[in-house]
Design a protein around this ligand. Sequence first.
Ligand SMILES: NC(=O)c1ccc[n+]([C@@H]2O[C@H](COP(=O)([O-])OP(=O)(O)OC[C@H]3O[C@@H](n4cnc5c(N)ncnc54)[C@H](O)[C@@H]3O)[C@@H](O)[C@H]2O)c1
Length: 315
Amino acid sequence: MVVTAAQVKKVGVIGAGTMGHGIAQAYAQEGYQVTITDVSKSALTGVKDRVKSNLETIAREGLIPQSEIEKILARITVVDSLENAVRDADFVTEAVFEDLPTKTKIFHEMDRFCSPECVLASNTSSFPMTQISSQMERPERAIVTHWMNPPYLVPLVEVVPGEKTSAETYNTAYEILVKIKKVPVKVQREILGFLINRIQTAMNREVFYLLEAGVASAEDIDRAVVTSLGFRLAFLGPLLVRDLAGLDVDCKVADTILPELDSSKQANRLLKDLVKRGDYGAKTGKGFFSYTPESIAEIIRERDRRFIHLLKELY
Ligand SMILES: NC(=O)c1ccc[n+]([C@@H]2O[C@H](COP(=O)([O-])OP(=O)(O)OC[C@H]3O[C@@H](n4cnc5c(N)ncnc54)[C@H](O)[C@@H]3O)[C@@H](O)[C@H]2O)c1
């Protein structure tokens, strides 16, 4: 029998990168004691600074009082081994590289080191929990909780049970996410990419095609999506949008446009060429647009400021 959400006091996080440090922050912000570890010394030494900088941004925008920052930071303990991170934990989230053998090994180790009641979640973007938990003695306590970046701001967490995940594990994962003010959504069966990565990839395939075909500039494609789909989708789901528009119209438009859409089964050539050149986007200074370290910092500051305004307005 696993813990209930109400019994969870201590949370463990494995992996202190982009997602791990933000997931640790999300739990610490809502009062949980969090222990975090990573195999990289630099990732570990940077955790508190990264969380502090995130907290300063959200305090500046009035989402938390300034006086909370040190209290939240004090709830996060950085440790140097997986065993120390999970030994006393009631709920653990793994957020290491997207590599199946690494995740499978970590779940096998956590199964040994954690208390039998502890729930074990993975932030995998793609692997089914049935595969990640294949070496576990107690796979019924393992589940996917798929967060989005930045995890301390984006509300959605997809919750995806594996074939052996118990109903109790699912309830604990779902309820603890509600307790920390996230919006959990149940994915009913294991499916590659869950909900959001499938929807996002379908849209991006067409976006890359339109850019490659020279139909509009990168700036204009982004502007068109932000000022229409983005504007509406911030609070209307795509199915409700279709209902409001009229399904008869939608049916005709779909029959006309769908045969013309890109239907390729692999990443767009434009995308592959950029990656081959080492242009990975903001992290290398060039992708569809060009960046300096200063411009990236400014874009992220402004992104988070606007996300916080949306959060305050909509959630
Ligand atoms: N970045 C995103 O937008 C995003 C969104 C949703 C889900 N995810 C998923 O979250 C996970 C983490 O992604 P990320 O973007 O934070 O990656 P990242 O590269 O920023 O961080 C991964 C961290 O895991 C650490 N690590 C690797 N092996 C480890 C081990 N054996 N034990 C402990 N730590 C280990 C690395 O040192 C690194 O610091 C992946 O599964 C990814 O698919 C990422």
